[in-house]
Design a protein around this ligand. Structure first.
Ligand code: NCD
Length: 309
């Protein structure tokens, strides 16, 4: 399997074998995610270009590089860059590719990472492009399911809940889960349903799926409850956001009647979707999920940079 010099833009670009290969590799790197000691990226520079806010994604990429002995450069907001002087994304990429061995990019415009990859001579990793894709989040989500669920991914019933229209994490995850033929329950307000193009793709792949606005329809049967934030920043009209802002909220009460081993995931940040009282229940996995971003990003970076463990 060749990953060296490959761009990581969408989960749609991957086969199941390739995804499993990355997850296996993350498993081997996980011990080093906490303590370092494997200098696979020594002498390498990775650029993290974040034109949109981020906590976990940027810092876990940063941690991944440093745990592997590499260095990072970059910025965490467009305001501090020449973008405000009118520089185009294409010019920014042309410059950064001469400084760094790989580029991690988050941008508010859908398709921005793909465009960057067409210009860049070094691997580009999409860390979120508008409402489009977020492939490394999906890899860590699958890694979490693999590690934290008692059944293999192909036997899981996964409920995706919240903003399925603008949420890039659920778009990427749905594509990837279709490779495993996991069963999907899509729970969202009517206005925030999963885009028709993705639904059609899933159906064509033979995925068994149901759509409903009521979370109560899916709770008893779910193995994974994947909660998401309503993506306020993507709404063209703030009053439309207010109508759906608090559509779903998980509390210890909601969890009566769920499967014993059902796990709750969330890409974070959460707003009101999960009551903090749920954190101490046996179902909560979202903080561990966030940690898994480090071994996953160590795996992805070392692969695209051709550094075999
Ligand atoms: C997500 C994102 O940026 O798409 N966060 C993340 O990367 N963990 C989810 C979100 O912002 O709601």
């Amino acid at each position: 399997m060749i990953f060296e010099r490959r761009h990581i833009i969408s989960t749609k670009d991957f086969s199941r074998e390739e995804i499993d290969f990355i997850l296996d590799r993350a498993g081997r790197l996980e011990p080093y995610a906490r303590r370092g000691g494997l200098d696979l990226l020594k002498g390498h520079v990775v650029a993290t270009l974040f034109f949109e806010p981020s906590t976990r994604t940027r810092l876990s990429f940063d941690t991944a590089v440093k745990r592997l002995g590499g260095a990072t450069i970059g910025f965490d907001s467009a305001e501090s860059t020449s973008t405000v002087k009118g520089e185009t994304l294409s010019d920014t990429i042309k410059v950064i590719e001469s400084y760094a061995d790989a580029i991690v990019i988050r941008h508010p415009r859908e398709g921005a990472a793909r465009m960057a990859s067409e210009i860049s001579s070094v691997p580009v990793i999409n860390a979120g492009d508008g409402a489009g894709h977020h492939p490394t989040q999906t890899l860590l989500d699958l890694y979490t399911m693999r590690k934290e669920c008692r059944k293999p991914i192909e036997e899981l019933n996964v409920a995706l809940v919240g903003d399925l229209k603008y949420g890039r994490t659920v778009h990427s995850l749905a594509y990837a889960l279709s490779l495993y033929k996991a069963r999907l329950s899509l729970v969202s307000p009517e206005q925030l349903r999963m885009p028709e193009s993705i639904i059609n793709y899933l159906r064509k792949q033979g995925v068994e799926l149901v759509e409903t606005p009521r979370i109560d329809d899916v709770l008893a049967d779910a193995d994974v409850l994947y909660m998401t934030r309503i993506q306020k920043e993507r709404f063209p009209d703030p009053s439309e956001y207010l109508k759906v802002a608090d559509s779903y909220r998980i509390t210890p009460d909601t969890l009566k009647g769920v499967k014993d081993d059902m796990i709750i995931m969330h890409p974070l940040p959460r707003v009101n979707e999960i009551d903090p009282a749920v954190d101490s229940t046996r179902h909560a996995r979202y903080f561990r999920q966030a940690f898994y971003g480090v071994p996953i990003r160590m795996a992805v970076l070392s692969l695209v940079l051709g550094k075999e463990a």
